[in-house]
Design a protein around this ligand. Sequence first.
Ligand SMILES: Nc1ncnc2c1ncn2[C@@H]1O[C@H](COP(=O)(O)OP(=O)(O)OP(=O)(O)O)[C@@H](O)[C@H]1O
Length: 248
Amino acid sequence: MSMLRTESLVKRFGGILVSDAISIDITPGELHAIIGPNGAGKTTLINQLSGEMASSSGSVWFDGADVTALPIHERARRGLLRSYQITSIFEDFTVRENAVLSAVGAREHGWRFLQPMLGRSGPARAADEALVACGLAARADVPAADLAYGERRQLEMAMALAAQPKFLLLDEPMAGMSVQESAAVVAMLTRLKGSYTILLIEHDMEAVFALADRITVLVYGKVMFTGTPDEIRNHPEVRAVYLGEEED
Ligand SMILES: Nc1ncnc2c1ncn2[C@@H]1O[C@H](COP(=O)(O)OP(=O)(O)OP(=O)(O)O)[C@@H](O)[C@H]1O
């Protein structure tokens, strides 16, 4: 059974075909990476999966249901979540308050309940677990405004996890990070692996090959190949078109 599946998904911008009949299939608990040269259509595909962009044709199936026609918030409510689409970080709130707010928001209780919720089991527990998973437990009581760039990205991820999604769409979570910050994100994703189903777009090939169960190579909007990291490494066409280009 698949958690997320697309059938011949197409996106056209005017006359330009950006997603060219993409069919992918992601199983529960899998960490699936999408790689491809700049402009291959990776971000467009994530936009189509999250619901930020309507598809020109084809379908998206999530958790057994056809969600192609559903708007972004309805897909999020069903547990298909893109990390940054969570409420933006509130600077004056502590790290923990931000995570609790996200957990409360996901349950559609609304804001005014934030204060009492901080002491309650459901959202507070989800928030604390998310902070531990993202390596931010020791920073829980720090105002979000005091976080370093890498920690802010970790908080965004913690806020997504606090909402207890079934599926996480991660678009370049390591972009703009230092080597140490990237290593912290790889460690975090390694801990999360298996507990969540994750689609990861990332240019850092070392991270992708360390983390992914399977990788899909996208070139000019088309799926060139899907396989395990070893299969990708040894695929002549992929090496020539993509990995070779990266080495250059
Ligand atoms: N709103 C838009 N209107 C017209 N063309 C677009 C639009 N969004 C994206 N494109 C085009 O679609 C193609 C794919 O873009 P996309 O950002 O999805 O690629 P990508 O693989 O994510 O690239 P990168 O690795 O550089 O982030 C590009 O040629 C881009 O110019």
